[in-house]
Design a protein around this ligand. Structure first.
Ligand SMILES: *Cc1c(COP(=O)(O)O)cnc(C)c1O
Length: 390
């Protein structure tokens, strides 16, 4: 008998280091964008290895700014996958452009490059690949198509901080890459995001747009070397990040590799426990995924071998106090997208196929080995009690 536990789906890994750094920011008197944000932005840039980085209030803001900086606007089309979080397409809609969906691979859940060209029209301006769960998209193929058709590539790397595609770190490949530091992500600032790029003009434009289109940011204006003077050069946004958030990020980045090792250990334990269970499929990792960020652990049920569906499976785990998630409900099935763009069930069969099967299990550094054992036991029990195999 295992004792009944309670395991939430996600928890940030916050220790005394983060708490002390945030308190220092609070005590310093500078709590909005300031020295800690400057420090974090530079450390993140170094970590990714691009020429430029811009930290902002969220990945949604990062995507919006990257699209704006590349002049994506009304009348344009942007290709992405329907198997993602709403932020990916919401940011496209902010610009007035139209999101155009391309179906995914059933195994990695990432956009299928072989289907991209068919979706390209005269209006297509950009591709936004999403590295689901931390598994990289096939970037060589995507960059080749983009080059051939003169398209911009803006990556949604909300799950992929720390991911490598072949020998390249995610963040260094596309024209711009957007990261999330939301509470549940591998590295968190509570709320936050970043754009990385090697394009100087684009980086400058993003930095202008992220704070009201002001020619100098607040920190420079009020510091000793600055002055009261500023100029408005365009209509910008209020997308800056605070030093309270950045303080958290500075300490998270210091322990990032350690946190990734903790994730990897949990993934290996899950893989070993579930790989022989025919009713379940463990996450597929392709050889071009040289470092996986292990943001999510997404199992797929095999409905043909089970008497219960994905929803019932989740209910059984919830009854055992295990939090799970479904990543993702395909966007073309959302009422607003159906109404606005005329999408219907059947439009993206692989995304729908995945939606019927996927369950994300808890995966975060703070999970204890007891938690992991408990989850494995309850998943195995749910399979054993509902298998069609004899
Ligand atoms: C979390 C997430 C985002 C949005 O991140 P925020 O920082 O919350 O704006 C975007 N895309 C994907 C795939 C995500 O999972």
């Amino acid at each position: 008998m295992t004792e009944k536990k309670s395991v939430p789906f996600g928890l940030p890994y916050i220790t005394k280091d983060e708490i002390d750094e945030v308190i220092e920011a609070l005590r310093s008197g500078w709590i909005s964008t300031g020295p800690k944000s400057v420090e974090l932005e530079e450390k993140l840039r170094e970590y990714i290895g691009t020429k430029y980085s811009a930290i902002v209030s969220s990945c949604t803001a990062a995507l919006h700014l990257a699209l704006c900086a590349y002049d994506i606007k009304e009348g344009d089309e942007v290709i992405t996958s329907p198997y993602t979080f709403i932020a990916t397409t919401e940011s496209i809609l902010y610009t007035g452009a139209k999101p155009v969906f391309v179906d995914i691979h059933k195994d990695t859940l990432n956009i299928d490059p072989a289907k991209i060209e068919k979706a390209i029209t005269k209006r297509t301006k950009a591709i936004v690949p999403v590295h689901i769960a931390g598994h990289p998209c096939e970037m060589d193929e995507i960059m080749k198509i983009a080059k051939k058709h003169n398209l911009i590539v803006i990556e949604d790397a909300a799950h992929a901080f720390g991911t490598y595609y072949k020998s390249k770190k995610i963040g260094t490949i596309g024209d711009a890459t957007c990261f999330s530091f939301y509470a549940t992500k591998n590295l968190t600032t509570g709320e936050g995001g970043m754009i990385t790029t090697n394009n100087k003009k684009i980086a400058e434009k993003i930095k202008l747009l992220r704070l009201h289109g002001m020619s100098r940011d607040a920190w420079k204006r009020y510091s000793k070397e600055g002055s009261w003077y500023y100029e408005i050069l365009t209509t910008g946004y209020k997308y800056n990040i605070s030093d309270i958030h950045s303080a958290l990020g500075i300490q998270q980045l210091k322990k990032f590799e350690k946190m990734q090792k903790m994730r990897e250990k949990i993934v290996n334990t899950y893989d070993e426990a579930f790989s022989k269970i025919k009713e379940l499929q463990i996450p597929v990792i392709k050889d071009y995924s040289t470092t996986h960020a292990y943001h999510l652990y997404i199992i797929k049920i095999v409905p043909e071998l089970l008497k219960i569906d994905r929803t019932k499976f989740i209910e059984l785990l919830r009854a055992e106090n295990i939090g799970t998630g479904v990543h993702f409900i395909p966007l073309h099935l959302m009422p607003f997208y159906k109404q606005t763009f005329g999408f219907k069930k059947g439009d993206f069969p692989n995304a729908e196929w995945a939606y019927e099967r996927t369950i994300s299990l808890p995966l975060y550094p703070g999970l204890t080995s007891e938690d992991v054992k408990y989850i494995i036991k309850k998943v195995k029990d749910s399979v054993a009690g509902n298998s069609r195999r004899k």
